[in-house]
Design a protein around this ligand. Structure first.
Ligand SMILES: C[S@@+](CC[C@H](N)C(=O)[O-])C[C@H]1O[C@@H](n2cnc3c(N)ncnc32)[C@H](O)[C@@H]1O
Length: 218
C-alpha cells in the first residue's frame, strides 16, 4: 500500500492513539495484503470476525476489492470508531460494522476471516467458532485465520509479553484465554472437511504469527 493511501485511511480515525495504531498496522503487518491476495477476483461477501477498527475492509477497498464486507467485534468502542471511519470514507454501502460476540454472527455465505482473534476465546469456544465459521463458507469460500500458535520458541514468549501489555493498557478486553497449536487448528478444520494450509506470517514483528488458510475440498 502506498504512503498516500495509508495516510488517507489513517485520517479516517478519531483519536491520536487510533491513528497511530492504524498507521503502524498498515505499514508493518503483512496480514491485510496476504488476505487481499487470497480474496482477489472474488465477489463473495466477507465476514470479518473480531474486526477491530475494520482495517481489513478499508485495505481491501483500497486495493480495488468490491465485495460486501461485514465486520463484527464485541468491543463497542472499536465498532463505533470503525463505523465513523466507514462513514467518513463514504463506504456505508459496502462496509457494515456490527457490535456482537464472535459466536453470534449474522448468516453470510462467502468468505470468513479471523485475524488475531482466536486466542482471546477459551479452547472449547475456539473449536465451536471454527465449526460455525466453516458453515458460513460458500463452496468457493475461504476461511482465513491469522493467529499466534503455541510453540516452544522465543517468538511465542515475545507474543505473551506483548499480550500482557495489550491487556493492561485496556486495548484488548479480557486478554488471552488460550493459544492454539497448529495441530489443534488443523485437526478441527480437517475434521470439518476443509483442506488446510499453514505458513508463517509475521512480517517485521517478533511475534509467532501464522496464516492458516482453509477451504472446502474442490
Ligand atoms: C488484535 S485485534 C485484531 C483486529 C482485526 N482483526 C485486525 O487484524 O485488524 C483482536 C480483536 O478481536 C476482538 N475480540 C476478541 N474477542 C472477541 C469476541 N469474543 N467476540 C468478538 N470480538 C472479539 C477484540 O475486541 C479486538 O478488536
Amino acid at each position: 500500500m502506498d504512503r498516500n493511501t495509508r495516510a488517507r485511511i489513517t485520517s479516517l480515525y478519531d483519536t491520536r492513539l487510533q491513528r497511530g495504531y492504524v498507521k503502524g498496522k498498515l505499514a508493518s503487518d503483512p496480514v491485510y495484503a496476504a488476505t487481499a491476495a487470497l480474496l482477489a477476483g472474488t465477489q463473495l461477501p466477507l465476514l470479518d470476525i473480531g474486526c477491530g477498527l475494520g482495517l481489513l475492509g478499508h485495505f481491501l477497498h483500497a486495493q480495488g476489492h468490491r465485495q460486501p464486507y461485514v465486520g463484527l467485534d464485541h468491543d463497542v468502542r472499536k465498532i463505533n470508531a470503525a463505523q465513523r471511519a466507514v462513514h467518513r470514507a463514504g463506504l456505508d454501502a459496502v462496509m457494515s460494522l456490527r457490535h456482537g460476540d464472535a459466536t453470534a454472527f449474522p448468516t453470510l455465505h462467502g468468505h470468513v476471516t479471523l485475524l488475531d482473534v482466536l486466542h482471546y476465546l477459551p479452547r472449547e469456544q475456539q473449536q465451536a467458532l471454527l465449526l460455525m465459521a466453516t458453515r458460513q463458507l460458500a463452496p468457493q469460500g475461504i476461511l482465513i485465520i491469522r493467529n499466534v500458535l503455541r510453540e516452544p520458541n522465543w517468538r511465542f514468549q515475545a507474543t505473551r509479553l506483548e499480550e500482557f501489555f495489550l491487556r493492561t493498557s485496556g486495548w484488548i478486553r479480557g486478554g488471552v484465554q488460550h493459544y492454539p497449536s497448529a495441530d489443534e487448528l488443523r485437526g478441527t478444520l480437517e475434521s470439518a472437511g476443509l483442506d488446510v494450509h499453514i505458513e508463517s506470517l509475521r512480517g517485521r514483528t517478533p511475534f509467532n504469527s501464522y496464516l492458516i488458510v482453509a477451504q472446502p475440498h474442490r
